[in-house]
Write a protein that binds this ligand. Structure first.
Ligand SMILES: Cc1cc2nc3c(=O)[nH]c(=O)nc-3n(C[C@H](O)[C@H](O)[C@@H](O)COP(=O)(O)O)c2cc1C
Length: 446
């Protein structure tokens, strides 16, 4: 059999209304902010119909705290807590992966390990965990954090968190519960139980988990964060990165840099999939696509507080240049990206908001289905990306358009599946299933 072409990874990052800040104001948008399971169910079923690898749910805990300036202008109140939502979505889907974001600053390994292991069993092995360690002022206030850990320390805590989590997932050998012996009264062989005794810098855990090893061994570890510390963390732990780049050279430099860091951790570059965000508008002509995106841009509200790259720019001249500001403590990578774009194209604050904020620094493609497929393939074959995390600007329209119009183009090129072949997220991503560290080595995916 001819070897299969390298396959594109396609995830979709779902939000209520879509990612563009003007989405909820469009006439066809359902608009409101009440939580609605029917809404999420519809999006996830569309994504599964398109055979995407996974749906992706971000999470920002403690957004803003007491600072509610401008809150009435932003769509809000629509979020379900991602793990709870994942549990419900796993019951109405069969194949698509579900990636949930959980912050390591506000959790303890034992609690989270149980929840994610439970979801992996409930979903039949379709869970990914996007490990974030951000700590905004609002989050700090929500949790009464008075002395927040600095950036590198937060990543150190996240690393130890994953180390402990993996050991907890390994509490039992694979198959430990497969042969309860009614005759002898031995429910499981005690040599297949591996209690965890961890005394570390951030966590002390002396316990054993109360659930069988996850179906995927370890649910897929996802990372998003592009500072130098973030990249090193990704090279050590991540199996998927949600990255961001607007230009191919930047994407290639990032791809080379992060993949080049894997060897020192004994990892194969193919075992980390780099998926930059991708915004888009699809039309039957380039002009129609540009008009669709323009309608969204025209709905951006420039009144009220103005935030850019983690800085409050309220009161600055919107048509003036970006002022000289220090690197923010949170989101250093994003800030560098913003500065580069501002300098490269000499953009005003207003232009930067329309070029960067509305898509949060991600790549934007406006064109026909074929043009969009060409551009996706271009980054894929030139080692700018292993795939993309789609960030549909307007939901449900943009996701439906992508699934109905662009996916067939990618399938025709042989770079995207026509059917799911496996049942777990690891299998979709062609990642090896890690063996229990107590018992053996990794088993290859194929
Ligand atoms: C593309 C992207 C997506 C992110 N998504 C989230 C998120 O959903 N929730 C969150 O708390 N932080 C999120 N972050 C923040 C990072 O995960 C990280 O915790 C933060 O410290 C910024 O990392 P950096 O300084 O390494 O860029 C995201 C960062 C990037 C670049």
């Amino acid at each position: 059999m001819a070897p299969q072409k390298r396959q594109l990874v396609l995830n979709v990052f779902l939000t209520r209304h879509g990612h563009h800040p003007g989405a909820w104001r469009q006439p066809q948008s359902p608009g409101g902010g009440n939580p609605s399971f029917a809404y999420w169910a519809e999006q996830v079923k569309t994504a599964e119909r398109g055979k995407l690898d996974a749906v992706f749910f971000a999470d920002f805990v403690g957004n803003g705290g007491a600072d509610v300036r401008g809150a009435g202008r932003r769509p809000a109140g629509q979020g379900f807590e991602p793990l709870t939502l994942a549990g419900a979505l796993s019951a109405i889907t069969d194949r698509i992966g579900i990636v949930v974001t959980v912050n390591t600053n506000f959790n303890e390994p034992f609690n989270l390990t149980r929840r994610i292991a439970s979801l992996d069993h409930l979903s039949g092995g379709r869970i990914g965990w996007n490990v974030v360690s951000s700590l905004s002022d609002g989050a700090g206030k929500s949790f009464g954090v008075e002395n927040p850990l600095e950036h590198a320390e937060r990543y150190a805590r996240a690393g130890e968190f994953i180390d402990v989590t993996r050991r907890l997932w390994d509490s039992y050998d694979d198959g430990a519960f497969d042969h309860p012996d009614k005759e002898t009264g031995i429910f499981l062989n005690s040599s297949s139980v591996h209690p965890v005794n961890h005394q570390g810098r951030f966590f002390k855990v002396d316990t054993v988990l109360d659930i069988a090893r996850p179906i995927q061994g370890y649910p897929v570890i996802v990372q998003a964060g592009n500072s130098d510390t973030g990249r090193e963390f990704a090279a050590k732990y991540a199996e998927v990165i949600y990255a961001s780049a607007q230009f191919l050279e930047d994407a290639q430099a990032y791809y080379r840099d992060v993949k080049g860091r894997l060897a020192k951790y004994g990892r194969h570059p193919d075992h980390l999939k780099i998926t930059p965000g991708l915004s888009y508008a699809i039309g039957s002509s380039g002009q129609e696509a540009r008009d669709k995106f323009e309608a969204l841009q025209a709905s951006v509200n420039f009144t009220g507080p103005i935030e850019l790259g983690g800085h409050d720019l309220t009161g600055y001249d919107l048509d003036g240049p970006l002022p000289d500001l220090p690197e923010p403590a949170n989101g250093k990578g994003r800030w560098q990206q913003l500065l580069t774009l501002a300098r490269r194209e000499n953009l005003s604050i207003r232009q930067l908001i329309l070029r960067f904020n509305v898509v949060r620094g991600h790549r934007v493609l406006l064109g026909t289905p074929e043009q969009i497929a060409d551009q996706i393939e271009d980054w894929f074959v030139k080692d700018g990306a292993d795939g993309f995390n789609l960030i549909p600007p307007l939901l449900p329209d943009s996701l439906r358009d992508f699934v109905d119009l662009v996916i067939p183009q990618l399938q025709r090129r042989g770079i995207f599946r026509t059917e799911y072949e496996g049942t777990t997220l690891r299998e979709h991503l062609n990642l090896p299933r890690p063996a229990n560290h107590n018992t053996g080595r990794a088993v290859a995916a194929e």
